[in-house]
Every structure is written in C-alpha cells, then in structure tokens.
Design a binder for this molecule. Structure first.
Ligand code: FES
Length: 192
C-alpha cells in the first residue's frame, strides 16, 4: 500500500471518530509559494491569500466572515514574496462574536486571529475549520486528525499534535489590510 493510501485510510478512520467533515482535496501537500526570502515573519509583513479567486491579493479584515477561515501567506511588503518557502503559511480565522478567549486577545485584531498553518505533528497544512463533531469551528489537520482551538491561542483539542500552533500577532494598516504586528510567537511546525 502506498503512503498516500495509508494516509487516506488513516484520515477516513479519524474522520469517522471525530466527525471531521472535509473534502479529499484537503489532503494536499504543503504549499509551494514560490521564491522565498529568508525569515518566517517580521512586523509590517503583509498577508496575501494563498489560494482561491483572491490568490495573491491582500487579506482585508472587513472581507472576512464570522466563523470562517482563509489560508494566507506572510510576505515581504515591498516584494510581495513569501518570507519562507515552507513556514510562511497561516490560517486566518474570524471568530464568532464573543468567542475569543483572553489567551488569544493580545494577538488579535477584533475577532480575527492568525496562526501558522504548519501542523505541529508532522507538518501537514492545518488550514481550515471543521464542520461537525469535535472539529466544528476549530482548526483541523486532515492528515491525522489534530484539532486546534482558534479562540484559545490554538491550544490542542484532539489528535496527535504535541503543541499548539504558533500565533502570528496581527495589526491593521491604514487601508484595512491585515499585517504582521510581530514575528510568530513560537517555533513553526514539528520541533526538530
Ligand atoms: S501532520 Fe499529523 S495531524 Fe497534522
């Protein structure tokens, strides 16, 4: 059996157990954002949509809907190039009103929070919110079923992840675009 088949079977078992409801396309590889610069994030960096119809455009806080997530890349504001080929991807979540916890507030803009989307288990993309069961409204990694709470500083709610996702402190610029207010709060992805 190939690795892909093994991963898919594992994922399906976890989905059944946890109620994760996601498409098969979520089993994709880590992003390949192109030529990268040298650091994962710096204050003032811009956040650009990683995929979808707005790919490459800046993420504006006012365009986000409560209870949804978008996948973005941290980029140099001058060149618009990703800071790092494998560590610059983030999942941005606009939480439902009143859900944010004290642990997330220092890094948030209103109800909007951002975390590294590199899963701390084995580095798969943790880039979307679950639809049902334990994953509902929480950030999920579909490779092996890790679940992170976006309202509580991405603390681990389930699955094999050994630690929370690193937060990216957010700011708004004068045009309403989300930017990095500071570097990530911790190590990105699995600890080596
Ligand atoms: S890589 Fe294993 S749960 Fe994310």
């Amino acid at each position: 059996m190939s690795d892909t088949q093994t991963n898919r079977r594992t994922f399906l078992k976890i989905s059944a157990a946890t109620g994760l409801a996601v498409g098969a396309t979520a089993l994709g590889a880590t992003p390949k954002p192109g030529t990268a610069t040298s650091a994962p994030a710096k204050a003032g960096d811009v956040l650009l949509y990683q995929d979808g119809p707005n790919k490459g455009k800046p993420v504006k806080a006012a365009d986000l809907k409560a209870g949804t997530a978008v996948w973005a890349i941290v980029a140099d504001p001058a060149t618009k190039k990703p800071r790092d080929a494998t560590k610059s991807a983030v999942v941005i979540v606009k939480l439902p009103s009143g859900k944010i916890k004290a642990s997330s507030k220092p890094n948030a803009v209103g109800d909007v929070v951002a975390y590294s989307s590199v899963c701390t288990h084995q580095g798969c993309p943790a880039k979307q919110l679950g639809d049902v069961g334990a994953g509902k409204g929480n950030i999920i990694c579909t490779c092996h079923g890790s679940i992170y709470d976006p309202a509580d500083n991405a603390t681990v709610l389930g699955g094999p992840a050994p630690k929370r996702l690193a937060a990216l402190p957010l700011k708004l610029d004068a045009t309403g675009q989300l930017t990095a207010g500071a570097p990530f709060t911790g190590n990105i992805g699995p600890k080596k």
